[in-house]
Design a binder for this molecule. Structure first.
Ligand SMILES: *[C@@H]1O[C@H](CO)[C@@H](O)[C@H](O)[C@H]1NC(C)=O
Ligand SMILES: *[C@@H]1O[C@H](CO)[C@@H](O)[C@H](O)[C@H]1NC(C)=O
Length: 309
């Protein structure tokens, strides 16, 4: 294009010089753009041809330019569209990034909760294990208690058995106990000879081993017996109160007390004595001794079987 213009300008300047000779520059100018003319620039036909070529080129280039323009505007439109798209995409991208950030935060929160949950699960597992251990301990204790219980039950049933045996034994054991007092009629004695005492007031006589007729206690079974007496002296002056205890014909005790002032004088004593079945215990008043008794039961004779043998 530039070269073409230069060529054109060169040609015009030649035409100008020719115009000065032939008639004026107007016609020359007009001619260079209008109808082909003979004479003028180097060769008018060549120039015209050149010009035509140039014009065609310009026209062609105009068309081309317009095509370019159209293409450019299309391209610009596309660029605009792309810009818009780009902006939209940017907006969406920033939105997505925002979402990603939110999701990250959410994820972190979930991870934190998950780790707390996992810790809780661990804690619960440990707790569970501890409970299981305690449960097994308790179960062992229960087993121990059961065994203990069974042992106790066995011992209890043995004890009950023994109790039954003892009951039976007890029921089979002879029951012997007596309690008597001498008389309600005051003074007894003194006599010139030793005299058997017959305690006439019989208050207790379990087993009927004491005879209120003879005043003798006869052991119904072999065993150990506890025999006891009280004796009161209530006479004056210078008497002796007392008794002698016999086992069969054997004296086993003598207790007495002088009475000089006429006040109550007591003699009391007891023996624990082993008796064969049929052995007899009796109380005698030595000669010269005296006793006293009335409704107060001062002078008594009593005893019981401690245990059989
Ligand atoms: C141009 O040239 C023609 C003849 O070639 C002539 O008749 C005409 O008058 C000229 N015009 C001018 C303006 O010189
Ligand atoms: C003597 O003993 C009998 C029988 O236990 C009793 O009833 C009575 O009241 C007794 N006498 C006195 C004065 O305690």
């Amino acid at each position: 294009m530039k070269i073409d213009t230069v060529v054109l300008l060169l040609c015009l300047s030649v035409t100008q010089a020719q115009g000065d000779l032939t008639g004026g520059p107007e016609n020359d100018t007009k001619n260079s753009l209008g109808e082909p003319q003979t004479g003028g620039c180097v060769s008018d036909g060549a120039i015209l041809t050149e010009l035509r070529a140039l014009r065609d080129m310009v026209v062609e280039q105009k068309d081309q330019l317009s095509v370019y323009k159209d293409q450019l505007s299309v391209t610009q439109r596309h660029v605009e569209e792309m810009r818009r798209d780009n902006a939209a995409l940017g907006t969406r991208l920033s939105l997505s990034e925002h979402h990603v950030e939110e999701l990250k935060a959410e994820n972190e929160a979930l991870e934190a909760r998950l780790s707390i949950g996992e810790r809780h699960v661990e804690e619960l597992k440990a707790f569970d294990a501890a409970l299981k251990a305690r449960l097994s301990l308790i179960e062992r204790h229960v087993e121990e208690l059961k065994a203990e219980n069974e042992a106790l039950e066995a011992r209890l049933s043995l004890s009950e058995h023994h109790v039954e045996e003892l009951k039976a034994e007890n029921e089979g054991r002879p029951k012997v106990a007596f309690y008597t007092a001498l008389t309600n009629s005051g003074h007894v004695g003194p006599f010139n000879t030793e005299t058997s005492l017959v305690y006439s007031k019989v208050f207790t006589n379990i087993g009927n081993a004491y005879s209120p007729v003879t005043g003798v206690f006869t052991a119904p079974v072999r065993g150990v017996y506890y025999i006891r007496f009280t004796a009161l002296g209530y006479s004056s002056p210078r008497t002796v109160a007392g008794v002698t205890m016999f086992k069969n014909n054997l004296q086993i005790m003598h207790n007495g007390v002088y009475n000089t002032d006429g006040e109550h004088k007591f003699v009391v004593n007891a023996v624990t004595v082993e008796l064969e079945q049929g052995d007899k215990i009796m109380m005698r008043l030595p000669s010269g001794y005296d006793l006293y008794d009335d409704i107060s039961n001062y002078t008594t004779f009593s005893g019981f079987l401690l245990f059989p043998m």
